[in-house]
Design a protein around this ligand. Structure first.
Ligand code: NAP
Length: 471
């Protein structure tokens, strides 16, 4: 037996890749529930560190300072920005990190294709060239597309760029990039074609994302995330690196499922996201009647008299950072023998699981947090529904108004509750930019205030009620 480091190290590295792959898969499984998600993230992170270290065993520690410099360049800003980022800015950060992943896959493709293009370099197997090209194309599109998505979500780029024949131009650019890719494959590997192929692929990523509205960006980011995974998987095949293949495939599959789920929950086909406009475009039917304001003390007395209460959080709760106060209010209600449940719509907020994360942060127990499908049947028997900063996800137009841009999106049936208190600052619309008939319903009262301030006043109102100070 040969026990030299040259023989042992690659074997150990392959074993470490296997362990890393198991950690990725277990980690992602744990992310399915808020109870275990934190552990899942740490587990997958350990897998990633293991795979990174193991790579030195496969390749040897060449160019060590360049590699360590590169790692530091990635780790330090990511650590700092990850620590500082506000929950509401998470989608932007995900977009940016995702773009980096796509860029890395594209960079691997570029280095490999340029290497094959150097005179005298033996031509690799056709499958390797094909996957290097496809991976590089997808990675490039994902990188520039994600950067545009980040800019739109962050408000740096607040416009949608549309012009006649846009889809045609976009496909022409994609087609031209594919032509250069085909030339690399069929005519010969030449540096100039590599450069032209990449320039066009990067340009296509920008062009395809520019016309998409900020409203659709979270779905687009999820789509780019899936594409980045695929690109990493393909480039893993090119490098014959099992860890990259597995990690890429897992991300690609998970990203594809997430994209489909989000698109379904928003009733937006992926083709609709990519090629048509959303929000503000549809002329929704006018709503008759008026919104009926309520003072916090009166709202507190409604709660005081209720037995069952369902709280529906939305994006505004995240903006107001009111989750702690809302939980405090819930505890006050539970202490007065009331049944309190939280109803979570799958796309409430601005990213998947947004509300679950906030409620978990505030310490709300998971057994009173319910999904849309579970809770919808309970609204007709619910005494008071409190809607805090949610709008589109409780808009009955999604079921009743065919002209509405959100028609067909599943919603929480708050409109069926006996009484509803809606907490929002004013008459601002939600993400889809449309009016909400729930706010005009006879049994809906509007508590106009910032989410946190309203929760504080409701708590004070309840306490005053105990001492007989209420209405
Ligand atoms: P929403 O429709 O965006 O409505 C949020 C409401 O919160 C607004 O009407 C706003 O009204 C209110 N608000 C804002 N700041 C507030 C504050 N400080 N205090 C109290 N209220 C405040 O939210 P949603 O019902 O959660 O719906 C989510 C939307 O995002 C859906 O259309 C969904 O399709 C979309 N979306 C979600 C995801 C995801 O993954 N979760 C991804 C993409 C898109 P005022 O201005 O009057 O206060």
């Amino acid at each position: 037996m040969d026990f030299s480091p040259q023989t042992l190290l690659p074997i150990m590295a392959k074993a470490a890749y296997f362990i890393a792959a198991v950690l990725f898969i277990l980690g992602i499984k744990r992310m399915a529930s808020p109870v275990t998600a934190r552990k899942g993230i740490i587990q997958a992170g350990i897998g990633m560190v293991l795979a990174t270290v193991a790579t030195f065993g496969v390749t040897g520690a060449h160019n060590i300072w360049w590699i360590l410099g590169g790692l530091a360049l990635g780790i330090i800003p990511a650590w700092i920005s990850g620590k500082r980022v506000a929950m509401t800015s998470m989608p932007q950060m995900v977009a940016l990190y995702n773009g980096m992943g796509g860029g890395s896959a594209a960079a691997i493709g570029a280095v490999e294709l340029l290497k094959y293009s150097t005179p005298g370099h033996p031509r690799p197997a056709t499958s390797v060239i094909v996957l290097a090209i496809i991976g590089a194309l997808i990675g490039s599109v994902s990188m520039t597309g994600s950067i545009i998505a980040w800019a739109k979500l962050d408000g740096v780029l607040d416009k949608r760029f549309n012009f006649a024949g846009q889809n045609f131009v976009n496909f022409a650019v994609l087609g031209a990039s594919l032509v250069f890719g085909a030339m690399l494959l069929f005519v010969g590997l030449e540096v100039r074609w590599v450069v032209q192929f990449f320039s066009l692929a990067l340009l296509f990523g920008i062009l395809m994302t520019l016309p998409i509205g900020g409203a659709d960006m979270p779905v687009v980011i999820s789509l780019f995330n899936a594409l980045t995974g695929l690109a990493v998987g393909f480039e893993g095949y090119v490098l014959q690196n099992e860890a990259l293949i597995i990690a890429g495939t897992v991300v690609g599959a998970a990203g594809t499922l997430l994209t489909q789920l989000m698109a379904k929950a928003m009733n937006r086909p992926i083709s609709g996201v990519l090629f048509t406009k959303f929000g503000g475009g549809g002329a929704a039917t006018e709503i008759a009647g008026s919104q009926k304001p309520i003072e916090a003390d009166d709202a507190a007395s409604l709660l005081y008299m209720a037995d069952s209460i369902i709280i529906v959080p939305g994006y505004g709760m995240a903006v107001a950072q009111a989750q702690h106060k809302i939980w405090e209010l819930s505890k006050q209600l539970i202490a007065r023998d009331k049944s309190v449940k939280f109803a979570i719509h799958p796309v409430a907020g601005r990213m998947p699981g947004h509300m679950n994360v906030l409620l978990a942060e505030a310490g709300v127990p998971y057994d009173i947090i319910t999904d849309m499908d579970e809770i919808n049947a309970e609204f007709p028997t619910c005494d008071v529904a409190i809607v805090i900063g949610a709008n589109d996800v409780v808009n009955p137009a999604a079921k009743t108004d065919k002209s509405s841009p959100i028609y067909g999106m599943p919603i929480l049936d708050v409109v069926k509750a006996k009484q509803t208190i809606v907490i929002k600052r004013g008459k601002g619309t939600g993400f889809a930019g449309i009016e909400n008939a729930l706010f005009y319903a006879d049994n809906t009262k509007m508590l106009f205030a910032d989410g946190q301030e309203a929760a504080n006043k409701l708590i004070a109102g309840l306490k005053a009620m105990d001492s007989g100070g209420g209405h």
